[in-house]
Ligand binder design. Structure first.
Ligand code: PLP
Length: 398
């Protein structure tokens, strides 16, 4: 019996009404919780106060006074919206300002910013890969990169997650004259893994490879002052494009693509996501610019993030939980069974900690997991609440 009563003679409408995944989602409601209030690292689900352990506010800057002040100023100065694409109604000074500062910080010649990271990641691929090209992609990359890939006519070869030897095998019989694009993430948010970037670059050397790295979760977290995964390995110059999101460490909403000026100008000519979608809003650009300033002038946020990451990882290790060898503040707890994941998450909520879950097919079979990420904003008291909640959930569910 469908949960929805409205009937039509449209097959597509009926397909939606009878969709099993939607039915399961609504029945068990593991997603789309709505918080009534948020203060720092705490949220309120109805009247229940919870420590939020699944936000990407890695540096805890979403309520930083400078970020709020610049956002408010931009709202007053430029209004609420960019109201269109930059080719249609012009760019604004705040776009260029943010792009110049991001390029400077990342050590690239130029940047283009978009209204979401999803668009930026698509933009870093769609206009660049053409018919006859070969795309080599880590099989665990984010949906935004797959959306970019699927919008190209290029041939696609997946290689095993984070395995340079698998990339080398995929390249073995390919002719050097075939243009190739290598796509991977700097930090994988589901697994918490850092990509072995120097080994990927070594495997791709001399093989006519153009490299695209999505650093949504490495930016602000790794490298000098948070310059990201490329800086962490000292390979910024060897990556053709770095794309990412402003919605994580940069406490805003939006995305960027960074690279040589010729590549960014080419993107502005050919990327559909850039030509036909409204530019980032004044408030979001100003908040990101302010956060970028904060991360360069207040190193304590990055230090606190890593201090909290170590303390949180220790809690999980003490309970012998499988964290999939995460090396970053994004830490999965692999339970390997969807019923366990569901009940474990419920138990954490009962004891005041909010996380999300990921189950197959979103993760490989046997890797059903609780997604969690720690922030610089978490306090010592939060960590105590987290430890107590995990003690309860482990006892109750495992
Ligand atoms: C790895 C990765 N790339 C890209 C994105 C898209 O970024 P945004 O949320 O800004 O659209 C995300 C967001 O979850 C992400 O995790």
């Amino acid at each position: 019996m469908s949960l929805f009563s409205r009937k039509t003679d449209s097959s597509i409408h009926t397909r939606c009404t009878e969709d099993k995944l939607t039915e399961m989602r609504l029945k068990y409601a593991p997603f789309y919780d709505v918080f009534q209030k948020q203060e720092g690292s705490h949220v309120w689900l109805g009247k229940k106060e919870l420590v939020l352990l699944s936000s990407n506010d890695y540096l805890g800057l979403t309520e930083h006074p400078k970020v709020l002040e610049e956002g408010q100023k931009a709202l007053r100065q430029w209004g609420s919206s960019s109201t269109g694409a930059r080719v249609a109604n012009g760019g604004r000074q705040y776009h260029l300002q943010l792009e110049e500062k991001l390029a400077d910080f990342l050590g690239k010649e130029a940047v283009h910013v978009h209204s979401t990271g999803y668009l930026s990641c698509m933009s870093a691929i769609q206009p660049f890969a053409q018919r006859g090209d070969l795309i080599l992609v880590d099989r665990n990359v984010h949906s935004s990169l797959w959306s970019g890939i699927k919008n190209t006519p290029a041939r696609v070869e997946k290689f095993s997650h984070n395995k340079p030897s698998s990339l080398a095998r995929a390249l073995e019989y390919e002719k050097p004259e075939i243009p190739k694009m290598l796509i991977f993430e700097g930090v994988y948010s589901m697994e918490g893994h850092i990509a072995p970037v120097p080994d990927f670059l070594e495997a791709a050397k001399g093989q006519n490879v153009f490299t695209v790295m999505d650093d949504a979760h490495g930016f602000g977290v790794l490298g000098n002052q948070g310059r990201g995964t490329a800086d962490h390995f000292g390979v910024t110059a060897q990556l053709d494009l770095i794309c990412g999101s402003l919605s994580k460490a940069l406490a805003s909403v939006g995305g960027f693509v960074a690279g040589d000026r010729c590549l960014i100008e080419y993107l502005r000519t050919h990327s559909k996501q850039t030509l036909f979608s409204a530019a980032i809003s004044p408030v979001q650009a100003a908040c990101a610019e302010a956060a970028l300033e904060v991360i360069q002038t207040e190193p304590e946020h990055l230090e606190k993030l890593w201090q909290n990451t170590r303390a949180y990882r220790k809690i999980l290790e003490d309970f012998n939980l499988d964290t999939w060898e995460s090396e970053t503040p994004a830490i999965p707890i692999v339970l390997g069974d969807k019923a366990k994941v569901y009940h474990f998450r419920k138990a954490l909520i009962k004891k005041g900690v909010f996380t999300t879950m990921s189950i197959a097919p979103a993760v490989p079979p046997g890797k059903d997991l609780i997604r969690s990420s720690i922030s610089a904003r978490h306090t010592a008291e939060d960590l105590d609440i987290i430890a107590d909640a995990f003690a309860y959930a482990v006892k109750k569910v495992l």
